[in-house]
Design a protein around this ligand. Structure first.
Ligand SMILES: C[S@@+](CC[C@H](N)C(=O)[O-])C[C@H]1O[C@@H](n2cnc3c(N)ncnc32)[C@H](O)[C@@H]1O
Ligand SMILES: COc1ccc(-c2cc(=O)c3c(O)c(O)c(O)cc3o2)cc1
Length: 339
């Protein structure tokens, strides 16, 4: 196909691209992945309709669309009593889209309104220019209670997914560490998983007082409330997961300096879990990292995903003497930084 013809095909991905996400979101809200899973075998349209409470006529159109996109699988039975009957089945992808897996990512992304506008961009959003003097206002939109609840659920899911990748790929970095403080650890999901995987570690979950006051009790983890711009609890290692991408370079340096003060100069380290954008090469997660950068641009004042060079500049500015990048087959990488 020549370039003009290919463009004519590709433009539809952009012209109607949001619709794929809208329908996937609907399927997650309806609980279709869970309904298929609990049925245990391919399910007919009428059984699926009763299970999720959606009329057959619209569910048929939704499933036609989603099977076309490979989210679910359509099977036509040739059983004598049901010739030509259509049944629907899970795929590896639809299993990952259940609410207790990555489903809440989609719900949060699709969220009340996805608010990156030309007006915001023209006013300097995402450029690093101070769009607002107060960077503590992360959100540029009004958040209702229900959406806030969903966002908290999404953070818990993110912590599970990201920490599993760290445990599976980077266990070595936790050898011989006595205490780890997870700065901005939300309700402690990540540090709870690390303490379980590496039982020699004592964990500290550090977040804003309002956040830790609602956190569940976790074995081997102390919850500490505070403000990372003022001080960070002392530990052998400090972890920062999906924290620095929320803030400007200047405030990241402030946070990193506070983390450096919390560890021993000779033996301590800071463990950063974040995306590293590769502008030269690509791997299968490049698209996801760039999409995350767009999300962060739309939802923070001056946050961004950073390249390896930008990470190095931040760490140099905060006074770290050396750092090591660990790349994983995941959206995130791990950076170990030493005082
Ligand atoms: C994007 S969430 C990341 C949560 C978790 N680390 C993860 O990766 O899923 C950012 C966290 O930083 C916390 N946070 C924001 N400002 C903070 C501050 N000044 N001091 C401590 N924690 C803060 C928020 O409450 C929130 O839990
Ligand atoms: C309305 O639609 C949305 C708004 C914000 C987000 C969102 C996704 C994140 O991953 C994310 C994040 O990681 C983060 O650190 C943050 O401060 C905000 C944030 O917002 C998704 C959809």
């Amino acid at each position: 196909m020549d370039k003009e013809a290919q463009a004519g095909v590709d433009v539809w991905k952009y012209a109607l691209g949001f619709d794929v996400m809208r329908v996937v979101k609907c399927a997650i809200e309806l609980g279709i992945p869970e309904a298929l899973e609990s049925h245990g075998k391919p399910i007919s349209l009428s059984d699926l309709s009763s299970s999720v409470g959606c009329p057959e006529i619209s569910l048929h159109r939704i499933m036609r669309f989603l099977t076309h996109h490979g989210i679910f699988e359509k099977q036509i039975t040739d059983a004598p009593h049901y010739p030509g009957s259509v049944f629907y089945a899970q795929t590896p992808l639809s299993r990952l889209l259940s609410r207790d897996n990555m489903g809440t990512f989609v719900l949060v992304q699709a969220g009340p309104e996805f608010g990156l506008t030309a007006k915001d961009l023209k006013a300097g959003k995402g450029s690093g220019v101070e769009a607002s003097p107060d960077e503590s206002i992360i959100w540029n939109m009004v958040i209702d209670k229900e959406y806030d609840k969903l966002f908290q659920e999404f953070l818990g899911c993110h912590a599970k997914v990201a920490t599993s990748a760290v445990i599976d790929n980077c266990s070595k970095i936790f050898q011989g560490i006595g205490t780890v403080v997870d700065v901005g650890g939300h309700e402690g999901t990540a540090i709870g998983m690390l303490v379980k995987a590496f039982p020699w570690i004592r964990g500290i979950n550090f977040d804003l007082p309002d956040v830790v006051s609602g956190a569940p009790l976790l074995q081997g983890v102390d919850h500490v409330g505070g403000n990372m711009f003022e001080s960070v609890p002392k530990a052998d290692a400090v972890m920062l997961m999906w924290i620095l991408h929320d803030w400007s370079d200047k405030l990241c340096v402030d946070i990193l300096k506070k983390c450096k003060e919390a560890i021993a100069t000779e033996t301590g380290k800071v463990i950063i879990v974040e995306a590293v954008i590769d502008e030269e090469g690509e791997d299968e997660y490049t698209g996801a990292r760039l999409a995350l950068d767009m999300t962060i641009m739309s939802s923070t004042v001056n946050g961004k995903e950073r390249t390896a060079k930008e990470w190095a500049q931040l760490l140099d500015a905060a006074g770290f003497s050396r750092y090591t990048f660990h790349y994983m087959k995941a959206i995130d990488s791990v950076i170990e930084a030493y005082p």
